[in-house]
Design a protein around this ligand. Structure first.
Ligand code: ATP
Length: 280
C-alpha cells in the first residue's frame, strides 16, 4: 500500500520581489529578489555604498521602495487590503508589520535618560502593553543572556561601547522578533570590544531559531555564523552561496577583487597592530 505523504517546503518569512530603490533619481538598489527562510542566517557583504543598509532599512520600514514589493509572512509590507483592493499601507499597518522585525544599529540608539533595565523593558510595556512586572522579568532574563545582569541599574553613559551594544541586542531580542537585522554593529566599537559583541550574536545564532540578516565587514564572523552569504556590489546581488562557496571558491571577478582587497587590508591592520605592540 502506497502512502501519499505530502511534503511542503517552508514559506519564506521575508520576500523581496523586484525591489528597486532610488534616491533623487540615483538608483542604489536594482530589482532585488531575495527570500529569507525561517531561522535562516544571512550575511550581507560588499563594498561601501553597495546597498546593504538600504536592503535592511527597506525591511525595517525606514525607507520605502521606489518599485517592487516586500512581503513579511505572506503579507505586503507597504500595501494593505482595503475593501478588497490593495492600497498604500497606513501607519497602523506598518507598525504591526514592524513588530515582527528587530534591528540593531551601529550607534546603539539607547535612551540616555533610562536605566539599562528600563531601556530593555520600554517597548514591552508601551508597545506590547505587557504588565510591568512581567516585562521586568523578561528584560532581566535577556540582560542575563547578554551578560549584563550586574548592570541593570546603570545608565548607558556608564557602560562601554560593547556593553551598550549588548543592551541594544537584548532590547531587540526582548520583543521576540521573527527576524533580527544587525547593521555593522561593531564598526563604532574600539577593536578590543568587538569580540564580546560578536560572541553574543554567535550565541544567539546558535541557540535561537530567529532569522538574521547581518551586514558586516567582519568576514571571519560572517563565515562562522551565516548559512548563506550575499555579496552586493553596485546595488545588485552579484553572487551568493554558502560561506565555503563564497570564501573558498568565489566565482565573479568582483567578489574575488573584494576579498583580495579585504585580505590585504587585514594583513596591513595585523602588521600595524604587531608593530604598535612592539613599540610599547
Ligand atoms: N537617505 C539617502 N539619501 C541619499 N542617498 C542615500 C541615502 N541613503 C543611502 N544613500 C546612498 O545609497 C547608496 C547605498 O547606501 P547603503 O548605505 O545602502 O550602502 P552600504 O553598502 O550599506 O554602505 P556601507 O557599507 O558604507 O554602510 C550610497 O551611495 C548612499 O550614499
Amino acid at each position: 500500500m502506497s502512502q501519499n505523504i505530502q511534503t511542503s517546503l517552508p514559506e519564506p518569512i521575508v520576500r523581496y520581489r523586484n525591489v528597486t530603490k532610488a534616491f533623487d533619481n540615483r538608483v542604489v538598489l536594482k530589482q532585488l529578489d531575495l527570500d529569507i527562510m525561517p531561522g535562516e542566517k544571512i550575511a550581507l557583504i560588499g563594498p561601501s555604498g553597495s546597498g546593504k543598509t538600504t536592503i535592511a532599512r527597506l525591511l525595517m520600514t525606514l525607507e520605502q521602495p521606489t518599485s517592487g514589493t516586500i512581503e513579511v509572512n505572506g503579507e505586503m509590507l507597504w500595501h494593505m487590503e482595503h475593501k478588497g483592493k490593495l492600497v498604500p499601507a497606513n501607519e497602523k499597518h506598518l507598525h504591526r508589520m514592524r513588530s515582527s522585525i528587530g534591528m540593531v544599529f551601529q550607534h546603539f540608539n539607547l535612551f540616555p535618560h533610562m536605566t539599562i533595565l528600563r531601556n530593555v523593558m520600554e517597548a514591552l510595556v508601551h508597545v506590547r502593553k505587557m504588565p510591568k512586572q512581567q516585562a521586568k522579568e523578561r528584560a532581566l532574563e535577556l540582560l542575563h543572556q547578554v551578560g549584563l545582569q550586574h548592570h541593570t541599574k546603570h545608565y548607558p553613559a556608564q557602560l562601554s561601547g560593547g556593553q551598550k551594544q549588548r543592551v541594544a541586542i537584548a532590547r531587540a531580542l526582548v520583543m521576540q522578533p521573527q527576524i533580527l537585522l544587525f547593521d555593522e554593529v561593531t564598526s563604532a566599537l574600539d577593536p578590543e570590544l568587538v569580540g564580546e559583541v560578536l560572541d553574543v550574536i554567535k550565541g544567539i545564532a546558535d541557540k535561537k531559531d530567529t532569522a538574521m540578516l547581518l551586514i558586516t565587514h567582519e568576514m571571519d564572523f560572517a563565515r562562522d555564523v551565516a548559512d548563506r552569504i550575499l555579496f552586493t556590489d553596485g546595488g545588485v546581488i552579484v553572487e551568493q552561496g554558502t560561506p565555503e562557496q563564497i570564501f573558498e571558491n568565489p566565482q565573479s571577478p568582483r567578489l574575488r577583487a573584494f576579498l583580495t582587497r579585504f585580505l590585504k587590508e587585514r594583513q596591513y591592520e595585523l602588521a600595524s597592530e604587531t608593530a604598535a605592540a612592539g613599540v610599547q
